[in-house]
Design a protein around this ligand. Structure first.
Ligand SMILES: [Zn+2]
Length: 214
């Protein structure tokens, strides 16, 4: 995901939790070693790799570890809070994230072969905050999504994992899982809103390297 909402979010928290500003945010997860990865350019709307389900990962090897390293570096270079493998052109179900929740807790990690859990009816509270995507550069649109999400999958060693969260982090987990099944957030908008987002993209210039479409 792009980082626009992140800033808005932090700003609103400044008023409520001004006393927390001096302390480091709590981190859940393992911070990546950024000396290992290489930034790769970001694929954008129209590139076929973004518009179909990508492949399930079956080999939990050094190549996968390198992919995750590259994805973290690419995500930070583009100032995103989440990145799916097909956003750097790789046909594999992997996403990485470094994303705050609504309590200001910073969640960092990766998920292989993610599957979004069906929510019990009682947990379907919708949040309609703005959302952006590195693959739809410079566009932001409000999109209602459940404010809680849980994802099961595997870590880079093949061990089963489950992550869950609220607020912006919940939005991130849903957005990144969608990517790996071929959906962009704009595919969840009305026809008119989708058109508006694509117009914003056409009129803007991304601040990071992208892959040109044919
Ligand atoms: Zn995205």
């Amino acid at each position: 995901m792009a980082d626009q909402h992140d800033h808005d979010h932090d700003h609103s928290h400044d008023h409520d939790h001004a006393h927390e500003e001096t302390s480091e945010p709590k981190v859940v997860g393992e911070l990546p070693d950024l000396t290992k990865g290489t930034a790769r350019p970001i694929t954008v709307f129209g590139n076929p790799v973004l518009h179909r389900e990508v492949k399930t990962v079956t080999e939990f090897d050094a190549e996968l570890a390198t992919l995750i390293d590259d994805m973290f570096v690419s995500m930070y270079a583009a100032e995103g809070v989440g990145l799916a493998a097909n956003q750097i052109g790789v046909d594999a179900k992997v996403f990485v994230y470094d994303c705050p929740d609504d309590d200001g807790v910073r969640h960092v990690g990766h998920v292989i072969n993610p599957v979004l859990e069906e929510l019990p009816a009682g947990r379907r509270q919708l949040d309609d905050s703005a959302e952006g995507c590195l693959s739809v550069p410079t566009a932001y649109m409000e999109l209602a999504r459940p404010d809680f999400a849980a994802v099961t999958g595997q870590d880079k060693h093949g061990n089963p994992i489950r992550v869950e969260g609220t607020g912006f982090y919940a939005r991130c987990l849903q957005h990144e899982t969608d990517h790996l099944y071929g959906y962009l957030y704009i595919d969840r908008l009305s026809k008119r809103e989708r058109k508006d987002a694509l117009k914003q993209m056409a009129e803007g210039t991304p601040r990071y390297a992208t892959v040109a479409n044919d």
